[in-house]
Design a binder for this molecule. Structure first.
Ligand code: CA
Length: 370
């Protein structure tokens, strides 16, 4: 608000509505000899950011609040972003449409929620048995991934950015033990994206529910099982009260990227310094979310164990089937959709190179550390 007050206090203050949309209130002070550059520096933008998360939900919901605060500080209040939880302006699953249409300027969620609109979108969140968080960042920022993501979202008038990563997730919550792939048959599980496709192909039924709907659905038996994130977030929702077995590892989401999306008209209305601030702040929360999960999952796992949760590793036999099924699902998606094929070719080439090196670096180190 500082920028607004300062502008309003000047006798020559004039108010111009931004050309690019009703919510971009542009406040400019200036005299007749103001040049365009000065006016750009003094313009204040007020944006709305909608999310797919409950209000201030640990990690996921806090990240966009941190983003808005950071942008406000770095821009000295010139870009003021108000964050809305799922359901406050639009429901979680309408975030993409709201930003695409310009109802709001920004969104924070996960690309794989938009699989129904864009078959290639889940590749920018996570691929079963694919890249981990470190590798996702490598692919996006230095391996051509972000350019492809922008190409995929361009027809929807959206500019995407990475806006967080949870690190590898857990395999999910079940009320029965899984001893073979046969145990998936008839199971209805909350598991979105490509992991959901694989789960369905393996005999289960995948459903996509927003985070805030999972607990009640598990409790009432609408679903039999659910994956959400990892100990820090799963403890926050209290899934240990409605499910007994906590499976690992998260084969379906080895390092999911969370997305920030910006309406392209709003993005292009920003002067270059504010664009740089938005991109730097996005990069900051992208890393900070991973850092926070890295720290807090450990403590939350101890609490879950104390509460009697039974940890189970997926049997190798089950993982072998899921790995093979994932490969088939990826090939079929590539055959059906040209953009999926193009993005996956880039992703898979990156995965192969990352795997080759990480065998003798990250993995070799994990093996010797303990
Ligand atoms: Ca998940």
């Amino acid at each position: 608000m500082g920028g607004l007050i300062k502008a309003a206090s000047l006798s020559l203050a004039i108010v111009i509505l931004a050309a690019c949309g009703g919510d971009n209130n542009t406040v400019s002070n200036g005299s007749l000899d103001d040049n365009t550059a000065n006016r750009a520096e003094q313009t204040t933008y007020q944006w709305k950011l909608v999310t797919t998360w409950p209000k201030n939900f640990p990690g996921l919901g806090v990240a966009p609040e941190n983003f808005a605060r950071l942008v406000h500080r770095m821009s000295n209040g010139r870009l003021d972003i108000k964050v809305y939880a799922a359901g406050e302006i639009v429901p979680a699953m309408e975030v993409f449409s709201a930003v695409s249409s310009g109802t709001v300027q920004m969104g924070h969620g996960a690309a794989y929620y938009w699989k129904g609109k864009i078959p290639a979108a889940p590749l920018f969140t996570s691929v079963p048995f694919g890249l981990n968080a470190q590798e996702m960042n490598g692919w996006l920022y230095h391996g051509g991934g972000l350019e492809l993501w922008r190409e995929v979202y361009a027809p929807y008038n959206l500019v995407p950015m990475a806006g967080g990563n949870t690190g590898i997730q857990m395999g999910g919550w079940f009320n029965k033990e899984l001893n073979s792939i046969e145990d998936f048959k008839g199971l209805k599980m909350r598991i979105p994206g490509l992991g959901g496709e694989v789960f369905t192909r393996a005999g289960g039924t995948a459903v996509n529910l927003a985070g805030g709907e999972i607990y009640t659905s598990l409790q009432t038996g609408v679903i039999d099982a659910a994956e959400w994130v990892a100990p820090y977030n799963d403890l926050a929702f209290g899934f240990n009260n409605v499910a007994k077995y906590y499976y690992y590892p998260g084969w379906h989401e080895p390092g999911p990227t969370i997305e920030l999306i910006i309406n392209k008209d709003a993005y292009q209305s920003l002067p270059d310094d504010l664009v740089a601030i938005v991109e730097a702040a996005a990069r900051t929360i992208n890393q900070d979310m991973l850092d926070e999960y890295t720290s807090r999952n450990n403590a939350a796992l101890i609490v879950l164990k104390e509460k009697g949760v039974e940890l189970r590793r997926y049997p190798d036999e089950v993982l072998d089937v899921l790995r093979e099924t994932s490969r088939m699902v990826m090939e079929e998606n590539a055959d059906k959709d040209e953009m999926f094929k193009k993005v996956y070719a880039s992703y898979d080439a990156y995965r192969k190179s990352a795997t080759a090196y990480h065998q003798i670096s990250e993995r070799a180190y994990y093996d010797i550390r303990d």
